[in-house]
Ligand binder design. Sequence first.
Ligand code: C2O
Ligand code: CU
Length: 488
Amino acid sequence: MVTRRSVLGGVLGASGAGLLTAGGLVPLLQARTAGGDLAPVAGSRAAAAAPAFSVRMPRLPQLAPVSTLGGQDTYLVTAKEVDREIIPGVRTRVLTYDGHFPGPVLRARSGRKVVIRHRNSLTMPLSCHLHGGSVTPENDGGPMDTFAPGKERTYTYPNQQPGASLWFHDHSHHMESEHVYRGLSGSYLLSDATERALPLPDGEYEVPVALRDARFDGAGQLVYEMDDMGRTTILANGRPSPYFEVAARKYRFRLLNSSNMRFFQLRLADGGQIVQIGTDGGLLERPFVTDTVGLSPAERADVIIDFSRYPVGTKIVLENTLGPGTPDQVGNVLRFDVVRKAADPSRIPDVLRRLPSLPKATVQRSIVLSMDEDGRQDPRAYLDGKVWDAGRVDQSVAFGSSEIWTVTNANKIIPHNFHLHLVQFRVLERNGTPVGPAEAGLKDTVRLFPGESVKLHATFDSYRGTYVYHCHLLDHSAMGMMANFRVR
Ligand code: C2O
Ligand code: CU
């Protein structure tokens, strides 16, 4: 079912019209009246048959180590194809880690090593990348560093980094896009002692939520076409627009956007307060109150919602206000049903942690993301005007140095984002202005709407070797929007 031909067919066959509707980042309210090119996209027919909020959102399964001996936690994970219920009553073929769709949660602790033995029971080569992790190049799951069907590969994660909301996903070049789309991703929640000492909601009140989109055919099977703007079914923990029963107290939600290309802009339907406490690289210094959370593909947000302000019986929708797709299709992410009262000893402290100070940067680089958007038949995606070449070193970085990278999206219509392997960086500026609180923490992925540029500060003091940086709209990186940096 997953073939290289379907990927190449996607590259070569991506229609200009499809690309232009990448402008589907138009807010939904405008999309309602824009007509024509933003009209509902065919597809997702089977899913459309199920009304929103008719299934319960499951909790993600947690992986258990096969061994905790030798000062490390060892896991065994098998990549395999299975059928799972996504749309109610329909079996959908998916690619999974250990049979879970979406992938499981692995909980790790800073300072304690994790070793994962991956078994490839699929028919394609795989590699597994720990997104946001500080790891050696041999353990980074690079695009060409794959392991074949029937083989095993062991990844070692030292976890010598502060707590962070990491995740893992396939990264086999040209195939990562389809593999991740079909299910090969999971969460990796790394906690440290500072975080564990905080009185934040925990246990059943800390809930990882993986959000993504998908397109289904009439038989309820996932449709993968490269650069597809018709992925208009929204899944939360693997179910379409589900509901989730909560107690009238605070919850901590660990949000991950595991979509290939969709940007979410989330809000509670009543405009109610959301307290954001963390981002990709872990906790912020201070919580802040907001009414909206933006997540480009691969970004994470750690948020607290206090349901004690709602009477029992209240149903409150978490909405998405960005296209592509109509509000009916993509506006309903998840509904919280407040079903009971509960005691709440949790608290959100004013100070969550101290972020490291920024060493003086000694090198400046400029990076440009672009993609053909003129409607041509065979669009390509570029980093600094070039398609990725595994054997080319695009940036050479001195070990231990701090650098400022100015990254620009040169497109007029198509959004991108930017992900650096190996490091957690700081976003200093967006379009020449200091960033807001949601981007003020440690980040490994940053959004870039058309024409935007960001200034990043990164320190390369952990490992030497060659790593990639790329747009995390995986359909774009699969088309070549990726490059290599070498720390030497
Ligand atoms: Cu999330 Cu290079 O990856
Ligand atoms: Cu992109």
